[in-house]
Design a protein around this ligand. Structure first.
Ligand SMILES: [Cu+2]
Length: 281
């Protein structure tokens, strides 16, 4: 039964991940809000254009509203002027002459692809790409994670199905996995003897085959014959706890369903074969 509880939590965890994932993995553009472009050393002499390395990087990407800064790390003056050598400046920006170690920045608020060049050295060209704003459509509502089966608070395994208790008015029989015990609540008007037939499906004895028994939290003497215990009680006693080495945890919802299916199957098979299972009285 522990497995079904684990399964429940695993499913819950998976559903939680699915619910959280869309926001966690929301796409962000690869362009940052700032990028720096440098002038390649020696770019004042033709040659850098053959490998498209006059501006480094020759293509820079920024997010919408981001800023591009050119830093002249070369030993000659350059410009960074939007447009192209063949068509001339297009007027979006013009650094004008940047001396050695000079710099120029421009902030671009419109998405698009901007070619630029150096007016002094027309072979020098580069591209700035301004990404469109990341489209943040409202996330479709994640399917509501199914309510976690109330596994731990489900009614106890119907230990009464496996354990017979007689000799007293029994109110309930429950398995308590936390204490590896079975708790039998009795309504004792008079002294008497509770006869209990334990089932290994619900509770297992200690290694030496023994159990111990508490009545209203006090250990009591009892007789044991295999899995059959005879426990004397006194009027007014309520809670008989039989402690072993292991008790099944309470059934979770899944197990309850499986059990229900099993019971229905048994009923169906019984009806079909007309097997008489009525005990002779
Ligand atoms: Cu130049």
């Amino acid at each position: 039964m522990k497995k079904s509880v684990c399964l429940s939590f695993s499913l819950l965890a998976i559903f939680s991940l699915i619910a959280v994932a869309p926001s966690a993995f929301a796409e962000h553009g690869e362009g940052g809000m700032a990028v720096t472009v440098t002038n390649a050393p020696g770019s004042s002499t033709p040659g850098c254009e053959t490998t498209d390395n006059c501006f480094i990087p020759s293509t820079a990407v920024i997010a919408l509203g981001g800023t591009v800064t050119w830093e002249n790390t070369d030993n000659a003056a350059h410009t960074a002027t939007s447009g192209s050598a063949t068509d001339g400046p297009d007027g979006v920006w013009d650094s004008s002459l940047m001396m050695v170690n000079g710099s120029y920045s421009v902030t671009l608020d419109d998405a698009g692809t901007y070619p630029y060049f150096c007016m002094v050295h027309p072979w020098m060209s580069g591209t700035i790409i301004v990404e469109a704003a990341a489209v943040h459509e409202p996330e479709p509502a994640a399917p509501a994670a199914p309510a976690a089966p109330a596994a731990t608070s489900a009614p106890a395994i119907d230990a009464a199905d496996y354990i017979n208790a007689s000799g007293a008015s029994v109110t309930s029989i429950t398995a308590n996995a936390d204490d590896d015990s079975v708790i039998i609540v009795i309504d004792a008007e008079d002294d008497g003897e509770l006869s209990v037939q334990l089932h290994s499906k619900v509770i297992k004895a200690f290694d030496d085959g023994s159990y111990f028994v508490l009545i209203d939290n006090e250990e009591v003497e009892f007789e044991q014959n295999g899995n059959k215990l005879t426990i004397p009680y006194e009027a007014g006693n309520e809670r008989v706890e039989i402690v072993g080495s292991y008790a099944v945890p309470e059934f979770g919802t899944i197990a309850m369903i499986i059990l229900a299916v099993a019971i229905v199957s048994i009923i169906a098979i019984t009806a079909k074969t007309r097997t008489t299972l009525i005990p002779k009285l």
